[in-house]
Design a protein around this ligand. Structure first.
Ligand code: TXA
Ligand code: MG
Length: 316
């Protein structure tokens, strides 16, 4: 497809000129538009069929640019940035009035992220504008972890898809906020609770639920493969394949089963592969997928969060 390629300069000029660019990041591909250009941002919602009550993350190339969109920075945000640098983490901070309400869904806070992927930061630097970017999937579907995933689902609606290869993390960023004092995690993601508590000196509360009004986008109706998903507990005793109708995906290789989510139990590998596996299942003939939950620690927590959301949808 002509609008997919590795032309960084083209991607930057499209972004700058008010177009839509699929931007690779270390987490998932984003659908980016100039955050200060309301018409461009409106196209994101249109392309994704995303409800306007779901705010967007604003991406910047470096921490020293956060002041372009945030009016103040919590001291613990500085602390985390100093320790982590560019990482799969998103900071919710008080917004500057210049940020359109469309970006924040009328909230007085803006979600800010500096991606770890160098290509993403180069794109943002070249374009010279903060980029509002949700994951580049139709609303409610699994996030894309390759450029081809974006082309398959959004194709012509995107002006340019910048191919940065497969995403290194494979899960969205961790969202952190300071609603009334201590840090609160609004979405589990690529930065683990263990990492955060090691830096903050306390374990932040996790308010990772669909009912939280402060993270209006965390609806249960996300990550849907469109078919039933059955979550089996970590350590499940797999007993070989279960016929053509039911696909089995153990955490580690199991006797008599063709596939597994990891080769030797690494949650990093599982996170990288998870969304691709859900896509492959969605496209397959199988009626149902049995998938084994991750150990509930580190990245495993975010993996299980996505699996629970995906399973919830499958039942609808
Ligand atoms: O890893 C990621 O975060 C990816 C890449 C592209 O950066 N982006 C991503 O965006 O996952 P999206 O739109 O799919 O998810 C963003 C989440 C939504 O659940 C939204 O509700 C929440 O961030 N969010 C955005 N702005 C917010 C705000 N001001 N306050 C609270 N939550 C916010
Ligand atoms: Mg998303």
């Amino acid at each position: 497809m002509q609008n997919l390629g590795k032309d960084l300069a083209r991607a930057a000029s499209v972004l700058k000129a008010g177009g839509l660019v699929a931007m690779p990041t270390e987490t998932v591909y984003g659908l980016a538009a100039n955050a200060f250009d309301e018409a461009a941002v409106a196209r994101i919602f249109e392309a994704k069929n995303r409800p306007h009550f779901d705010p967007l993350i604003v991406h910047l190339p470096d921490w020293n640019e956060v002041g372009r969109v945030a009016s103040s920075i919590h001291p613990e945000a500085h602390l985390l940035w100093n320790a982590l640098g560019p990482a799969p983490i998103t900071y919710v901070l008080p917004k500057r009035p210049e940020v359109p309400d469309l970006v924040t869904s009328g909230l007085d806070h803006v979600a800010v992220r500096i991606p770890k992927l160098k290509l993403a930061r180069e794109l943002l630097t070249l374009a010279g504008v903060p980029a509002a970017a949700p994951s580049a999937n139709p609303f409610g579907f699994v996030s894309p972890t390759t450029a081809q995933h974006v082309a398959d689902q959004l194709g012509e609606q995107v002006d340019y898809i910048l191919d940065g290869g497969p995403c290194e993390v494979g899960l969205e960023s961790t969202i952190i906020a300071w609603p009334n004092g201590p840090a609160v995690v609004l979405r589990l993601g690529g930065t683990t609770l263990e990492q955060l508590s090691g830096i903050l000196g306390y374990l932040p509360e996790v308010r990772n639920s669909s009912s939280s009004p402060s993270a209006p986008g965390m609806l249960q109706a996300h990550y849907a493969p469109g078919k039933p998903l059955r979550l089996v507990p970590q350590g499940f005793a797999w007993a070989g394949e279960q016929g053509n109708e039911i696909q089995s995906l153990p955490w580690m290789p199991a006797k008599g089963i063709a596939r597994a989510l990891t080769t030797s139990g690494s949650p990093v590998e599982a996170a990288q592969r998870l969304f691709g596996e859900l896509r492959a299942f969605a496209a397959s003939e199988a009626r149902e997928l049995w998938i084994e939950l991750a150990p509930e620690e580190g990245l495993g927590r975010a993996i299980n969060d996505r699996l629970r959301r995906a399973a919830h949808c499958g039942e609808e």
